[in-house]
Design a protein around this ligand. Sequence first.
Ligand code: TXA
Ligand code: MG
Length: 355
Amino acid sequence: MTIILRTDAFRPDLQVIKQAAQILLGGGIVAFPTETVYGLGAVVFNEEAVNKIFWAKRRPPDNPLIIHISKISMLDEVAVDIPEEAFRLIRVFWPGPLTLILNRNPKVPKLVTGGLDTVAVRMPAHPVALSLIDETGFPLAAPSANIAGRPSPTTAEHVIRDLHGRVDAVIDAGETIYGVESTIVNILSKPPVLLRPGAYLVEDIERVLGTRIIVPDYARGLRESDTALAPGLKYRHYSPETPLILVEPLSSDLSKLVDTVKELSLKYIKNGFKVCVIASKETLSNYAFNSHNVIVLSIGSRLNLFEVAKNLFKVLRSLDDLGCSVAIVEGFEERGLGLTIMNRLRKASTLKIQA
Ligand code: TXA
Ligand code: MG
């Protein structure tokens, strides 16, 4: 049985929060909104509850969970020997979509960290998430609230679609703000390493840190990660059921990108396949082929990558309702949020073509 609880995002309904906190304190699991995507939470110290998360999501047990806190005094409960650099970032970026890899407090069950001696911790910038953690009184372990491998949920409807009947409650507070997950930085490495690009820009984090952050190929979505570093990154991710072809721009010349997407789409259409094209507002009109076998979806403006990031998972999820045999998506330049968008698109795609 899954209870659906509704509240305003900015003025959380205290009754709803109290009810959800009671479920968590009783060992249940609750999906709740954060500023990035919906999370599926359990009290971090309750192994049985944490186990339910892995079961509900069908998540492999070696893929560790992010721990969510609502106040800085909770940090010591989950992490020890916190380096000074971490506090420099925390002061500026928390609450917000920055997850830091820190040394695990032995009180945190190894089940949460997939056996690692480190923990991933963040303080979400969402009133509902913060008041839920506060009311529960414990840090919450919470991965994204989707079935493993599917696009992350940015609305409660997405969560319900994946997890109805598998979780105790879903708090519906509308659409999330960023639409992509937090940026994960291993601050224990010298120099620090980006494990996953996210809603916060690497460039901004570097500025506050005063040092460079290493961006490995796997953080760009190019190669599988070293299992020991970021176990979650080796799994299939963000994937719609519809096969997805990503056309990656090799330069800022959009005409090459458009030509390749066009050519590819026409080839499929001619062969009788129904094609979904996912394009930016700027290039959309190029795909207005005179055929009922094409659906063109807008992912947002190239001049506003926040819009693209916010729409990304929503558009990927919508593919599966459109009955296309194949989907083709335009890529973006890997600058700013473009790095995050390309990481997600590369992981979601079944085939990558360069233009
Ligand atoms: O925005 C977000 O971060 C969302 C919301 C719900 O907070 N959460 C999220 O969690 O994206 P999840 O489980 O989908 O992704 C967690 C990632 C995985 O790639 C996992 O491998 C990595 O964090 N991770 C967790 N603990 C780690 C650790 N100790 N060392 C390295 N990577 C870790
Ligand atoms: Mg996830």
